[in-house]
Design a protein around this ligand. Sequence first.
Ligand code: FES
Length: 84
Amino acid sequence: MAKINVKVCLGTTCFVMGSANLQELIELVPRKYGDKVEVSGSPCLGLCSIDWEFSKAPYVKVDDEVIKEATVEKVLAAIDKKLK
Ligand code: FES
């Protein structure tokens, strides 16, 4: 099975909007899922500039799925859904 790839945006907008809290995922995900999931921080994913006015930052990508207003819980839920 292919690995799930999680990218936590650490660009300025997402960082200001709270992605600092999401850095916890970078430790938590490998502990919880082992090598089934690859997680990394990423520079701006280019999503914040698309709808800046209605920004739903911070963004996280789980494979091709974009998670808006991401929280640790939302990201874990998305991973669990994919692993099913
Ligand atoms: S800073 Fe996160 S998408 Fe741009």
